[in-house]
Ligand binder design. Structure first.
Ligand SMILES: [Zn+2]
Length: 297
């Protein structure tokens, strides 16, 4: 089981259970790529991202990342709270059953869930946006989504609830509240539509660029259209100014390692410009390896 030692899985508390519980796929687990000294396969990346059922629904200790952005998600599903004087923004409701978990984390940080005025998301998969209707029901937040992603979002209807969308966004659009502006970047490929968010924050008199990556994990079968989209998305993400990189799964930015350094370090471990493209490097290497395999078939 050499792959167990790869992909930082040993950092997780129940690494063996994760591999057993991660969504099983029938597909053989290849190709393998080694990036920055770690070996990854499609199933290891999936296991790293999703963890076990318990990981998906258990709150990770809520914490300030930097400036006015906070982590309020679970161990393996990210949810970010951006606090402004005119109300707050939530990115990713995750699964509907996690909404009370996120609500509790928001309260633990001393904020009110009902102060969420805008709800954004990374992409139309249930693990990121199934809870949108419930968040809107509890907060009255305006739900904004990339126009191209709306049909897929509308198909996510937990308990038959209509998926709310109040504003359709387009590539490069901005979302502003209380002096904070987020820019939506269309970065498809993992699914046909996906959003990477950028914003600037201030901390200790300095300004930092934050990039919240949407997943760039390639699908197992690459069509020419998906390959074009991924190639473009890799270029877009690499071009974004970045001091702090986050992702729709915490494993995409090594949350556990950085969080462990949070108290010990005098400097903020989330400020890591050199690490901003590590996740992109992993996914781009996997993309090329899958493409090579497909060409050989
Ligand atoms: Zn996804």
């Amino acid at each position: 089981m050499k792959p167990l030692h790869a992909a930082g899985l040993l950092l997780l508390p129940i690494s063996a259970a994760i591999l057993l519980n991660a969504q099983p796929t029938q597909a053989p687990d290849h190709p393998a790529v080694t990036v920055h000294g770690q070996t990854y396969t499609p199933q290891l990346i999936l296991a790293r991202n999703m963890g076990s059922d318990v990981d998906q629904t258990t709150a990770f200790p809520p914490h300030k990342i930097a400036g006015n952005i906070y982590y309020v998600g679970t161990r393996t599903l990210s949810s970010f709270l951006i606090v402004t004087p005119q109300g707050n923004i939530l990115i990713d409701s995750t699964y509907e059953r996690n909404v009370p978990v996120i609500e509790k984390s928001v309260q633990q940080l001393g904020f009110k869930f009902s102060d969420i005025k805008i709800l954004l998301g990374s992409h139309a998969h249930g693990d990121h946006q199934e809870g949108d209707a419930l968040v809107k029901q509890k907060t009255g937040a305006q739900v904004m989504a990339m126009a191209e992603d709306i049909p897929a979002l509308k198909a996510i209807k937990p308990g038959g609830k209509e998926h709310p969308v109040d504003r359709a966004l387009h590539d490069g659009d901005s979302v502003s509240l209380g002096g904070t502006t987020l820019i939506a970047h269309l970065t498809p490929g993992h699914i046909r539509r996906c959003t990477t968010w950028t914003m600037k924050i201030k901390e200790g008199g300095k300004s930092y660029n934050i990039v919240i990556n949407g997943s760039l994990r390639p699908p197992t079968v690459l069509t020419p259209a998906i390959s074009d989209e991924l190639n473009r998305s890799f270029r877009v993400v690499r071009s974004l100014p970045c001091d702090i990189q986050l992702g729709d799964h915490p494993a995409q930015y090594n949350l556990q390692t950085k969080f462990a350094k949070l108290k010990a370090n005098a400097t903020n471990p989330f400020v890591d410009p050199a690490g901003c493209n590590v996740e992109t490097d992993i996914q781009e290497a996997m993309f090329h390896a899958i493409l090579d395999e497909q060409k050989r078939e």
